[in-house]
Design a binder for this molecule. Sequence first.
Ligand SMILES: Nc1nc2c(ncn2[C@@H]2O[C@H](COP(=O)(O)OP(=O)(O)O)[C@@H](O)[C@H]2O)c(=O)[nH]1
Ligand SMILES: [Mg+2]
Length: 327
Amino acid sequence: MQDLLQRFWAGEPRALARLISILENEEPGRDELMRQLFSKTGRAYLLGVTGSPGTGKSSLVDRLTALLRQRGQKVGIVAVDPTSPFSGGALLGDRIRMQEHAVDQGVFIRSMGTRGSLGGLARTTREAVKAMDAFGFDWVIVETVGVGQAELDIMHVADSVIVVLTPGAGDSIQTIKAGIMEIADIFAVNKSDLPGADKVALEVEMMLDLHSPQMSWRPPVVKTSTVTGTGLEDLLAAIERHRTYLLEKGLFQQRREERLRSETLEILDRQWQQLVRKEMKLSEEVNDLLDAVARRQTDPYTAASSILNYVVANSGPRQKNQAGPGG
Ligand SMILES: Nc1nc2c(ncn2[C@@H]2O[C@H](COP(=O)(O)OP(=O)(O)O)[C@@H](O)[C@H]2O)c(=O)[nH]1
Ligand SMILES: [Mg+2]
C-alpha cells in the first residue's frame, strides 16, 4: 500500500488506475487510502456533464478536454454509464473517441462500470474523482447518463454541471426528467448542425424566463456542435463565467464546506452500521431484539432504540476489556 502511494505521489498513471480499482472493488484498505489522499484534494475544478444517452456528452468532453489541454490544463475524466457493461459497446466507443488523449500524459480517462449498487456507484465515483483531484489534475470531468436518481446524485460532486440537450425528437423540454433541469448550471444544445437546435434553445430560454426571478445565476444556453466545432469555445467560456460567479459569491467555498460536512456524516453512518453488524455477530442481544420484532412481540421503533442504547453502552468498553488486563 505504501509502495502504491509512493508511485501515486510520483505521478504514475498506473498507480492512479490501480488505486481507483481498489476503491471500485471495495478492497480492504480503501478507507485508509482515502484518508491519506485527503490533504491533497480540493484543488481540481470539478465539472459534471449529464444528459440522455446519445446526446453527445462524450464527444463534448473530448472536445472540451482538447481545449483545456491547449491551455496547459491537466484533465481527469470519469465516465459513468451503469446501463452498459464495463467493456461494452458504448464505453468502447468512448475509448476510441478519446484515444487521441490516451497517449497524452495530461489526460487520464476512467470508465466506471456496473459493479455494486447504484448507491455504491455514486460513492465510488466520488472517490475516483477525489483520487484524480489528489493526483494533481486541474480539471476532473464526470460524465453520467442523466436517467436515474443515482446519476443525478453523482452530479452533486460537481462545481459546474452542464446538461446536454439535442434537437432529437425525444429531447423536447417537456419530456426531460424534472430533476435534471434543476441541476443545470449551463445548458448545451448539442448537434446544432442538425435542424431544430434553435427551437430547443428557445424552449430552454422560455423555461428559464419562468424561473429566472428566483435565480441569482441564470444558466446560459450554448449551442454546440462537436462535428463543426461551433460553440465549443463559448461553452468553455460559459464554464469559466460560472466558476467566477461561484468564487465571487463565496459559493465555491460554501458548497465545498457543506459537502465535507455531509460526507463526514455519511462515513459516520457507515461506521455505525458496521458497529451494529459487528455487535450482531458478537452478542445475542441485538439478534434477540430483532427476533422479538419479527414475532411482533415489540415494535421496530422500540427495538431500534433498544439496539441503539445497547450498542452505545457495550461496543466501546468491551473492546477495552478485551485489550488485556487492567482494561
Ligand atoms: N450531428 C452531430 N452528431 C454528433 C454531435 N456530437 C456527437 N454526435 C454523435 O452522436 C452520437 C453519440 O455521441 P456520444 O458522444 O457517444 O454521446 P453520449 O452517449 O451522450 O456520450 C455519436 O454517433 C456522435 O458521433 C454533433 O455535434 N452533431
Ligand atoms: Mg458517453
